[in-house]
Design a protein around this ligand. Structure first.
Ligand code: NAD
Length: 443
């Protein structure tokens, strides 16, 4: 198939590269001149494991090309796939300007009859409005095909999706067949439904995952009050298959999807008159959660935060990405700096992306050990494997007492940290039995 991918962000680039790798002829376009120039040179503007390699080989086979939107002339092929951003507006709604601009550009193209495939996450009802207004009279078919890939493992997720969701107008079997042809060779169950339901599947999935995170964080907070261990509680819950598996307490969710998508659904509740109290609580819990390390530091240091040396390990919203959109680290660091603390920080991949969003007084270091040097406290925000496997004995030596560690992802071994001389605090891990190995018996 001939496919034009519009928008070369995390999703569009993975889609373009993966579709080209599968043998389709793909043209990836963007309105960002720097981005398309960079990509034409063989580089990618962000970190995603394995993506650079598949782009290089797809470009070498001639299946993948990149261009600035203004340089594109002629038919867009069988599919015009929209992967532009849908960031959050001030009021919490999804900003659809990039999507609208992409739709009207597709419509303005002189020839061809592509199926418009919406990969961007758009609020339920958007596709139908696009069909009724923006695409009215254009003679173009429209399909919702939301994306579920996870940054950090996006290439793998594209190849092995849990499901492929297709939202099409009733009776539009041709568009459904186009999506199936696009994903030829990918084995996954299909959910074929109407456009608005497909859009809702994406939002409901993200909102549910965010709800699980806020739920376990609320339980973790109760564990800390009563002296229970969230590790044991999570393990015990996960053994019931109805709970959906193990979930980890921590400083909350972040990133380019969960925060904005939950807020957009909450906003949709307000504007449609639906009652979405649960979503509001999920957001509130998450906002509080990202400042937990600050509260713990205040308590430990009797609110003497000015001049306190704090090392923050991890800036990306999760490991294996350089994405810092809505990352908990940024809120925490700004709050620490506001209170006069001296902050050093390190992330294996996200330093360049984070720097413009951090107060200039924050010192960005070469590695975790350097960040921790002379610090009284370390806060682990992103559970990069290199932090989990770090030589914490060396880190202990380089720090100043009391060697306080706030483990914002419950990723470290509490007992081992205590043995190394750290004052260790986790999330929901601070009961009397903490540091003792969990006893798991199989009957
Ligand atoms: N990032 C994820 O992990 C993820 C996962 C699933 C779904 N999504 C959804 O996919 C969509 C894209 O997400 P992203 O993270 O890749 O976004 P992004 O912001 O990283 O990239 C968007 C790209 O679109 C380009 N663009 C904007 N307007 C354009 C236009 N009119 N024509 C051509 N290019 C244009 C921008 O320059 C940018 O390069 C969003 O709706 C997001 O919610 C993202």
């Amino acid at each position: 198939m001939d496919i034009t991918v519009i928008g070369l962000g995390y999703v569009g680039t993975v889609a373009a590269a993966s579709l080209a790798t599968a043998g389709h002829h793909v043209l990836g376009i963007d309105i960002d001149q720097d981005r398309t120039t960079l990509m034409r040179s063989g580089a990618i503007p962000f970190y995603e494991p394995g993506l650079g390699e598949i782009i290089q080989s797809a470009v070498a086979t001639g299946c993948l090309r990149f261009a600035h939107r203004d340089a594109v002339e002629g038919p867009l092929g069988d599919v015009a796939l929209i992967a532009t951003g849908t960031p959050q507006t001030e009021g919490g709604a999804a900003d659809l300007n990039q999507v609208r601009s992409a739709v009207s550009w597709i419509k303005s193209q002189p020839s061809g009859n592509p199926v418009v495939v919406m990969k961007s996450t758009v609020p339920p009802g958007t596709g139908q409005r696009i069909i009724d207004h923006e695409l009215a009279g254009a003679g173009l078919r429209y399909v919702s095909n939301p994306e579920f890939l996870r940054e950090g493992q996006a290439v793998m997720d594209w190849r092995n999706p849990d499901r492929i969701v297709v939202g099409a107008n009733p009776g539009d079997t041709e568009s459904v067949a186009v999506i199936q042809a696009m994903h030829a060779g990918v084995s996954a169950p299909y959910i074929v439904t109407d456009i608005t339901s497909a859009e809702m599947i994406k939002y409901a999935s993200n909102a549910f995952l965010a709800t699980r995170i806020s739920f376990i964080n609320e339980i973790a907070s109760l564990c800390d009050r009563v002296g229970a261990s969230i590790d044991a509680v999570s393990d015990g819950m996960a053994m019931d298959p109805r709970t959906g598996g193990r979930i980890f307490a921590g400083v909350g969710y972040g990133g380019s999807c969960f925060p904005k998508d939950v807020r957009a659904l909450d906003h949709l509740g307000l504007t449609s008159g639906a009652n979405v109290e649960l979503l509001r609580s999920v957001i509130n819990i998450n906002n509080r959660q990202r400042l937990l390390p600050l509260y713990a530091l205040r308590e430990r240091f009797d609110a003497n935060m000015a001049g306190l040396r704090v090392a923050v390990l991890g800036l990306a919203f999760k490991p294996n990405t350089d994405d810092i959109r809505d990352a908990p680290s940024l809120d925490l660091i700004r709050a620490l700096v506001d209170e006069g603390s001296i902050v050093s920080a390190y992330d294996p991949e996200a330093m360049a992306a984070a720097q413009p969003h951090l107060p200039p007084v924050v010192s960005l270091t070469e590695n975790a050990l350097e960040a921790a040097n002379q610090a009284q406290a370390v806060v682990l925000i992103t559970e990069w494997q290199q932090f989990v496997n770090a030589d914490w004995r060396d880190i202990a030596r380089s720090m100043r007492p009391p060697r306080f560690v706030f483990d914002g992802r419950n990723a470290l071994d509490a007992g081992e940290m205590q043995r190394l001389g750290f004052e260790y605090i986790g999330v929901g891990r601070n009961g009397p039995g903490e540091g003792q190995p969990l006893d798991r018996m199989v009957a």
